[in-house]
Write a protein that binds this ligand. Structure first.
Ligand code: ADP
Ligand code: MG
Ligand code: MG
Length: 890
C-alpha cells in the first residue's frame, strides 16, 4: 500500500522527490539530533493524486489521523484542545525551493474555544490573541482566498486608533478586538464563518497547499527556473513553537557564510518577539544576527554550534530558519542556500581547502551561468558619479536603467526596449513579472533575506535592498533621497549590487576582474589578486584537466581570434567569410553578381582573391598551430545587393528625369531576378557555389595560397574548409572535386604540400538524415544547430522570437527558446543520429558544433554526451563552455 505520510523521524535528505526539500531536510535535522519541533510530511505523491483527480487519495485521511495521534501523544496534548491546544503549522515544500511562491499557515488549531487555554498555558493573554489573529489572517488569505489587504488595513487601523506604529504595541484587548474584526472580514468576504474545528482547519490548509502548486505565480516561477510542472508539493505539518512570547523569544534567519561574497562569518537577521515571516517581511527592523549574542548568549552559542554541524554535514553553505521560545532554540528549516555567482566560486574552493569536498565536487558546485555573470562589467568607480543612497548589496552586478515604481510599468517599458530599474519599498510575489523585466531591483526596506534579495539572487539579477534613506513613493511614482533629490519615473539611475550604492544618472562601467584574468591582465598567482579570481582560476584549470570536448571559437578576424585564444580557444570552429565581403568590398561582389561575361566575372574574382587571401593569412597567423574552420560563402546573395524598394524608387525617379543610368538599370534587373520570398531557404550556401562559377574556387584558392604562404613563413596553418547548407552528398562531391583540383594546383605552384581538410555543415534535416552518405565525402561535420533548429521546427529565428515565442513560453510549450538551449528530443536526436551515422561510415570523422548552442551550458552537456569532439562559440562564451565541458566530463 502506498505510504503518503512520513514522520520527521522517518525521512532523510535524499527523499526530496517524495518529501520536498523542506520535509527532507527537517527529517535530516531531526535525525542529526537537532532541536526540530516534531511533525510529519504528506508526500508529493499525495499531492499528485490530488492534482490529477481533484480529490485527496482515499487512504490519506486515515494515515494523517494516525500520524496526528502519534504527534498528540508525543506532545501530550490534542490539536486544538480547549485547555491546552496543540498548534501546528501547515507548510508547503516542493522539491525545489520556490521562495514566496507557496503558502504556509501558522497556529492551526486555535479557535474561540482554545484561545484562552493557550493564554492560560503560556501565562500570556496578548500572545494568545496575537497568535489567533495571525491564524485568521494567514488562513483567510491563503486558504479562503480573502484579499490580504483587508487584514493589513484592519491591522493598520488598529495601530492608528491606538496611536502606535508597531504591532508589538498592541495589547491583548486590542488584539482580541482585531480577532473579532478579522472574523467579520472572513464572514463577509467568504459567506462563511472562520472554521472552528481544528482538524477541518488543518485539512483545508493541506488542500490549499496542494492548490498553491498551480497558482499563476508558482507556474511563472517554475517556467523561469525550468522546474517541471508535474512534481507537486509536499506538505509539512509541524508542531508550533513561539517566537512571539515576549522579549526572550524571537525568530531569525541565518547563513553559515555570506551568500553574497562567500566569506565566512556570522550572517543573518534576528527579530525579537516575532513569529514566522515577520523577519523577511520587513515589518519591523531586524537586528544583525551577531547582536543575538548580547540578547541570549546561550541560544546564540548553540546556534553557532548547530550551524557548524550543518555545514560539516551538508558540506556546503546552508541557510537556516530558527525560532527561540523563551530561551529555547528551535530549528525550523535548513537547506543548501542560494548564493551569488562570486560566492559560489569562493565557497567551492574554500570547502576544498577545508577538506570537506574534493575538486571534482567543487566543479559541480559552480555553473557556466554563474561564470557568465562574473564576466559582466562593473561600475567605473573613478568616474564622476552622484551617490544618492546606499543599501544592502543583495545580488551583484551593475545595472543602469530608467526608474519605474511598479511591475506593470517595468514590463510595459521593457517590452518597448527600455532598460528599467524596478524601485519598490519592498517586493512581494506579485512583483515577479516586473523583477524579470527589470535590469535591476532597488528596495528601500528589507534585508539580505527579504523577498527582493532572495528572488533577485536566484535570477542572477542585480539587486540593492533596504536603502533606507530613500523615500519611495509608489503612488506618485517618485523617490526622494535624504538630501531632497527627487527621482521621478523615467529618470535614469544606476545601482551597484556588489556595493549597495545607488547613483543618479548613468555611471560608466568597466570590465570585470574575471575577464581581466582571462585576458591575461591579472595574475591569478599574485598575492594581492582577489580571491574570486583565484577561485575561478583553480576551477577553470581543473575543468580543463577533465574535459574531453575541445572548445573553439567563432571568429572571422585576427583580433577576435587572438582574444578568443587568450580565453582558451583551441581553434576556430566557424569563420564566416561573408563578413569579409562587406564594406568597400561590397562593390566587388556586386560586380561579381552582375557579370554578363566570363571575363567580367573572372576580373571581379581576381580582385577579390588577394583580399581574401590577406584576411586568411592574418587569421591563420593568429591561430597558428590550431585548426581554423573556414566556411565558404553562405548568405543569400541579395544581402550584398541594394534594397529592392529603395533601388526601384531611385530608378523610377531617374527615369522620370530621363537620366536613368545604365548600371542602376542592370542592378535593378539583377535585384529583381535574385529577389526571393524566403531567402533563408533560397539561393545560399553550397547552392551559391554551384551556381556562380568560380566563386568557391576563388575562396578555396585564397585559403590554399594563404596556407602555403604561412607555411613558407615558418607558420603552422591548419585550415579546414567547410561547405554550408549541404542537403545531399552529390552537392558536396561536386564542390570537393573542384576544390581538390584548386588545392593541387596551389601545391604545385607553391611547392608546399598542404594538408587541407574538407567537410560540411550539417544544418538541414536532410543532411542529418543522410549523414551516413554525406560522410563519404566529408572529413568533418560541424552541426549548424541554428539553421538546423530553424529548419527542423520550421521557425524563422529572425521573426518568431518577437512574434509568438512569448506566448509559447507563457503557455509552457517550451521552458526556454530552442535557439538558446538545444531541443534535445527533436533537433538533438537528429544530431545524435547523424553523429553515429557519420562515424559508422568514417570512424575518424571529426565532429563539432558551431552556433549559439556551443556556448550554452545545458547544450554543452548534451554535445559531450553524444560524443562530439568540440563546440565552437563566440569568444566571450569560451570560458563558460570550458567550464561546462569540464563539468560534463568530471
Ligand atoms: P517558506 O517556505 O515561505 O519559508 P515556511 O514553511 O518555512 O515557509 O514558514 C514560514 C515561516 O513560518 C518561517 O519563518 C518559518 O520559520 C515559520 N514557521 C513555520 N513553521 C513553524 C512552526 N512550527 N513554529 C514556528 N514557526 C514556524
Ligand atoms: Mg521557510
Ligand atoms: Mg547556417
Amino acid at each position: 500500500m502506498a505510504k503518503f505520510v512520513y514522520d520527521f523521524t522517518e525521512g532523510n535528505r535524499d527523499l526530496k522527490d517524495l518529501l520536498g526539500g523542506k520535509g527532507a531536510n527537517l527529517a535530516e535535522m531531526t535525525n542529526l539530533g537537532l532541536p526540530v519541533p516534531p511533525g510529519f510530511t504528506i508526500t508529493t505523491e499525495a499531492c499528485k493524486v490530488y492534482l490529477e483527480s481533484g480529490t485527496e487519495p482515499a487512504a490519506l485521511r486515515a494515515e494523517v489521523s494516525e500520524h496526528l495521534e502519534a504527534l498528540e501523544r508525543q506532545m501530550g496534548k490534542k490539536l486544538g484542545q480547549a485547555d491546552d491546544p496543540l498548534l501546528v503549522s501547515v507548510r508547503s515544500g516542493a522539491k525545489f525551493s520556490m521562495p514566496g511562491m507557496m503558502d504556509t499557515v501558522l497556529n492551526i488549531g486555535l479557535s474561540d474555544a482554545s484561545v484562552s487555554g493557550l493564554a492560560a498555558q503560556a501565562g500570556d493573554e496578548r500572545f494568545a490573541w496575537d497568535s489567533y489573529r495571525r491564524l485568521i489572517q494567514m488562513f483567510g488569505k491563503t486558504v479562503l482566498g480573502v484579499d490580504g489587504e483587508l487584514f493589513e488595513e484592519a491591522l493598520e487601523e488598529a495601530k492608528r486608533a491606538k496611536g502606535v506604529v508597531v504591532d508589538v504595541d498592541l495589547d491583548a484587548a486590542d488584539l482580541q478586538n482585531l480577532v473579532a474584526h478579522f472574523k467579520d472580514i472572513v464572514a463577509k468576504e467568504t459567506g462563511r464563518d472562520f472554521p472552528q474545528d481544528p482538524r477541518e482547519q488543518m485539512d483545508l490548509a493541506v488542500r490549499a497547499v496542494f492548490d498553491s502548486w498551480n497558482t499563476d505565480r508558482a507556474k511563472l516561477y517554475r517556467r523561469q527556473e525550468r522546474i517541471p510542472g508535474d512534481l507537486g508539493t509536499a506538505v509539512n505539518v509541524c508542531s508550533m513553537v513561539f517566537g512571539n512570547l515576549g522579549p526572550d523569544s524571537g525568530t531569525g534567519v541565518a547563513f553559515t557564510r555570506d551568500p553574497a561574497s562567500g566569506h565566512q562569518g556570522v550572517y543573518g537577521d534576528y527579530l525579537q518577539n516575532a513569529q514566522g515571516e515577520d523577519v523577511v517581511a520587513g515589518i519591523r527592523n531586524t537586528v544583525p544576527l551577531a547582536d543575538l549574542e548580547g540578547i541570549d548568549k546561550a541560544s546564540y552559542d548553540q546556534l553557532m554550534q548547530i550551524m557548524e554541524t550543518l555545514e560539516t554535514h551538508y558540506k556546503d553553505l546552508c541557510d537556516i530558519e530558527f525560532t527561540i521560545e523563551r530561551g529555547k532554540l528551535w530549528m525550523l528549516q535548513t537547506r543548501v542556500g542560494k548564493r551569488t555567482a562570486g560566492a559560489a566560486f569562493r565557497i567551492a574552493t574554500q570547502l576544498v581547502d577545508q577538506g570537506l569536498i574534493d575538486e571534482a565536487e567543487a566543479l559541480q558546485r559552480v555553473t557556466g551561468g554563474q561564470l557568465a555573470q562574473l564576466m559582466f562589467p562593473r561600475f567605473d568607480l573613478d568616474a564622476k558619479s552622484q551617490t544618492i543612497g546606499r543599501g544592502i548589496a543583495a545580488s551583484p552586478g551593475a545595472a543602469v536603467g530608467k526608474a519605474v515604481f511598479d511591475s506593470y510599468t517595468a514590463v510595459k517599458w521593457s517590452r518597448s526596449g527600455e532598460k528599467v530599474i524596478l524601485i519598490r519599498r519592498e517586493t512581494n510575489p506579485d512583483d515577479l513579472n516586473g523583477m524579470i523585466a527589470a535590469e535591476g531591483i532597488l528596495t528601500s526596506r528589507g534585508g539580505k533575506t527579504s523577498h527582493a534579495a532572495v528572488v533577485a539572487r536566484g535570477m542572477g539579477k542585480t539587486c540593492v535592498c533596504g536603502a533606507e534613506e530613500l523615500e519611495v513613493d509608489t503612488k506618485s511614482r517618485r523617490m526622494t533621497t535624504s538630501d531632497g533629490t527627487v527621482v521621478e519615473e523615467g529618470d535614469v539611475v544606476s545601482i551597484d549590487g556588489s556595493t549597495g550604492k545607488v547613483y543618479a544618472g548613468e555611471v560608466p562601467v568597466v570590465p570585470s576582474p574575471v575577464v581581466e584574468y582571462f585576458e591575461g591582465k591579472v595574475d591569478a598567482a599574485a598575492a594581492d589578486t582577489d580571491d574570486l579570481v583565484k577561485s575561478v582560476h583553480r576551477l577553470m584549470s581543473y575543468a580543463d584537466s577533465q574535459r574531453r570536448l575541445a572548445v573553439r571559437t567563432n571568429a572571422d578576424n585576427a583580433e577576435d581570434a587572438a582574444r578568443a585564444r587568450r580565453f582558451g580557444a583551441q581553434g576556430i570552429g566557424l569563420c564566416r567569410t561573408e563578413h569579409m565581403f562587406l564594406g568597400e568590398r561590397r562593390e566587388l561582389v556586386e560586380r561579381l553578381i552582375l557579370a554578363d561575361t566570363d571575363a567580367d566575372r573572372d576580373a571581379a574574382l581576381a580582385e577579390l582573391l588577394p583580399l581574401q587571401k590577406a584576411d586568411f593569412i592574418e587569421l591563420f597567423e593568429a591561430m597558428d598551430g590550431l585548426p581554423v574552420t573556414v566556411r565558404l560563402l553562405d548568405p543569400p546573395l541579395h544581402e550584398f545587393l541594394p534594397d529592392i524598394t529603395e533601388l526601384s524608387v531611385r530608378v523610377a525617379l531617374a527615369e522620370a528625369r530621363k537620366d536613368a543610368n545604365e548600371n542602376d538599370l542592370r542592378l535593378l534587373q539583377a535585384v529583381h531576378k535574385l529577389h526571393e520570398q524566403n531567402p533563408m531557404l533560397g539561393l545560399r550556401g553550397v547552392r551559391l557555389g554551384l551556381v556562380i562559377p568560380g566563386l568557391f574556387a576563388m575562396q578555396v584558392r585564397a585559403i590554399a595560397e594563404a596556407s602555403a604562404e604561412r607555411r613558407k613563413a615558418g607558420g603552422d596553418p591548419r585550415a579546414e574548409i567547410m561547405i554550408p547548407l549541404v542537403g545531399t552528398v552529390q552537392e558536396l562531391e561536386i564542390v570537393r572535386e573542384e576544390a581538390e583540383q584548386v588545392i593541387a594546383r596551389v601545391e604545385e605552384t607553391s611547392g608546399v604540400s598542404l594538408s587541407l581538410t574538407l567537410g560540411t555543415m550539417i544544418e538541414l534535416p536532410r543532411a542529418a538524415l543522410t549523414a551516413g552518405q554525406i560522410a563519404e565525402s566529408a572529413d568533418f561535420f560541424s552541426f549548424g544547430t541554428n539553421d538546423l533548429t530553424q529548419t527542423v521546427w520550421g521557425f524563422s529565428r529572425d521573426d518568431v522570437e518577437a512574434s509568438f515565442f512569448t506566448a509559447y513560453l507563457e503557455k509552457g510549450i517550451f521552458g526556454v527558446s530552442p535557439f538558446e538551449t538545444i531541443d534535445k528530443d527533436g533537433v538533438g536526436s537528429l544530431v545524435r543520429n547523424a553523429a553515429a551515422a557519420g562515424r559508422a561510415t568514417r570512424p575518424d570523422l571529426k565532429l563539432g558544433v558551431c552556433g549559439e548552442h556551443g556556448g550554452d551550458p545545458e547544450s554543452v552537456h548534451f554535445f559531450h554526451e553524444v560524443g562530439l569532439d568540440y563546440v565552437s562559440c563566440s569568444p566571450f562564451r569560451i570560458p563558460v563552455a570550458r567550464l561546462e565541458a569540464g563539468r560534463a566530463a568530471a
